[in-house]
Design a protein. Structure first.
Length: 489
């Protein structure tokens, strides 16, 4: 049985820009279907009007949507077809002229009248950064930034390419939308295990009482991907993992792991504390960063090509597919404690983990032997694929001699609750409810870019690493300089 978040009350129209793209087919469409599949055909709570440049009609778009739902395992063909008949429509944007946007506005009004919708709209911009200015201007010129209900706009990451572009995009957004209408989405924040970080920390005095420089030696955050660039070569070669992963996903995990207790669970209170973390990060130095690029190797028993041999990648590309970064937070709780961030493509397997490595106790009275070496306690928070928590601690092996052994206590979400809801489902419900807690605010996204702008402007050396490894040796040296070793995911 699939677990689903409770859908928001009311009925709305989701206008999906970039509706023929990969994100729509793989993520957004299955998420909306999961929220709407039990609705009466004549009164859907979630209806989609897709739009893109391709000259499709409703029937063709529905057939593509049905195929995407079946391919994703979200529905049988018959069930997908029943929902698509009322839930899916399409309006081409052509050359994105003023006339095209006026035609889109007319089609939106037509669909809302046909389905008797109250005028609540979600404009979902699943578009690359350079396409956003034209779309925002088109929406404004056609009067689509307001409606008789609410109008909310969702922007996919990465939000800009650097600090300057993020600031410019924020200014352009604010010409047409108030900040309360804007939802900058990072799907990692929709994962139950990511949200549970706050509960885990602040509802358990056992952990919050040791969550500081007094007891913690260092913190590791790893987002490992087994896949290469796949179908995203054109985008990825212009972005790299610092823009694509570090500035967004890993930095959001850092904020939740390091933030102070908010005064309430209100959206601004939570996001205020995240911004404080970002503003406390010390300027990055060249020695704090390792960039890598995968070469040919073996992943999962399969021989794979190097990055520069992938289809669509420039043969002399200097784009990084791996990054390891050492960050220091200049605040009371974390002064002097390194935060180690690591992410890469073509690593041994997919894994997302936060590892809190505690200090080694000052034990001196055990016998001097390898069997009596005291290992530091480690708390491993696994966000995917086997979501849960694991605490490593020391015990004595039975017998006369003092022999220590590391054992583990663990909790698994799947064992306790069954399958977890999809992150996009959770985030779409929050947009519909008008709850921006799990979305990135304007000042937050700019503060995150400010951290990484120096290494984007002066990227430095690119270290090769074989596909199927955990990155270049320089990443191990980076950890050792911080007095740490990377934990094995």
């Amino acid at each position: 049985m699939t677990v689903r978040p409770r859908a928001a009350d009311g009925r709305r129209l989701l206008v999906a820009f970039g509706a023929t793209g990969d994100l729509m087919q793989r993520k957004l469409l299955p998420a909306v279907y999961a929220l709407a599949r039990d609705d009466p055909p004549d009164r859907p709570r979630w209806a989609i009007l897709g739009t893109a440049r391709r000259p499709l009609d409703d029937g063709t778009f529905r057939r593509q949507g049905i195929a995407a739902l079946v391919a994703a395992g979200a529905a049988t063909e018959a069930a997908a077809a029943r929902w698509a008949a009322s839930g899916l429509r399409y309006q081409p944007l052509g050359r994105e002229s003023a006339a095209d946007y006026r035609a889109l506005a007319a089609r939106i009004a037509e669909v809302e009248a046909e389905l008797d919708l109250p005028g609540d709209r979600i404009l979902y911009l699943a578009l690359p950064y350079d396409a956003l200015p034209g779309v925002l201007e088109g929406l404004r010129s056609a009067g689509l930034t307001r409606s008789r209900g609410y109008t909310r706009v969702v922007i996919e990451k990465p939000f800009g390419r650097d600090l300057a572009s993020a600031r410019l995009l924020n200014r352009r957004l604010h010409r047409s939308f108030a900040e309360r209408q804007i939802y900058r989405i990072d799907h990692y924040l929709g994962k139950e295990t990511v949200q549970n970080l706050l509960v885990f920390r602040f509802a358990n005095m056992l952990f919050e009482s040791v969550w500081s420089r007094d007891r913690v030696d260092h913190v590791e955050i790893t987002v490992a991907e087994e896949l290469g660039v796949e179908e995203r070569a054109g985008y990825f070669d212009r972005a790299g993992v610092v823009r694509d992963m570090v500035q967004s996903h890993l930095t959001q995990l850092l904020c939740l792991a390091a933030m102070e207790v908010p005064s309430s669970m209100g959206a601004d209170e939570v996001r205020n504390e995240k911004v404080k973390v970002l503003r406390s990060i010390a300027p990055l130095r060249p020695e704090d960063v390792v960039r890598g690029q995968y070469r040919a190797g073996t992943v999962g028993g399969r021989r794979v090509r190097g990055y520069r041999e992938e289809d669509g990648i420039a043969r002399g590309s200097r784009t990084e597919t791996f990054a390891a970064i050492r960050l220091q937070l200049k605040n009371w709780r974390w002064q002097g404690i390194p935060f180690l961030l690591r992410t890469g493509k073509r690593l041994p397997h997919k894994s997302t983990q936060i590892v809190v490595c505690f200090r080694t106790p000052p034990v001196w009275f055990f016998p001097r032997s390898s069997a009596a070496v005291v290992a530091a306690n480690r708390l491993t928070i696994t966000l995917q694929p086997d979501e849960g928590f694991e605490l490593a601690f020391e015990v004595k092996q039975p017998g006369h001699d003092i022999r220590l052994q590391t054992e583990r206590l663990h909790f698994r979400y799947g064992e306790a609750f069954g399958p977890l809801p999809d992150a996009y489902q959770t985030l779409l419900v929050d947009v519909a409810r008008g709850d921006p807690t799990l979305f990135v605010r304007a000042d937050e996204v700019e503060a995150a870019w400010r951290v990484y702008d120096p290494i984007l402007r002066r990227p430095g050396r690119l270290h090769p690493y074989p596909a199927g490894s955990w990155g270049p040796p320089a990443a191990e040296r980076l950890a050792r300089r911080a007095g740490a070793d990377w934990s094995a995911p």
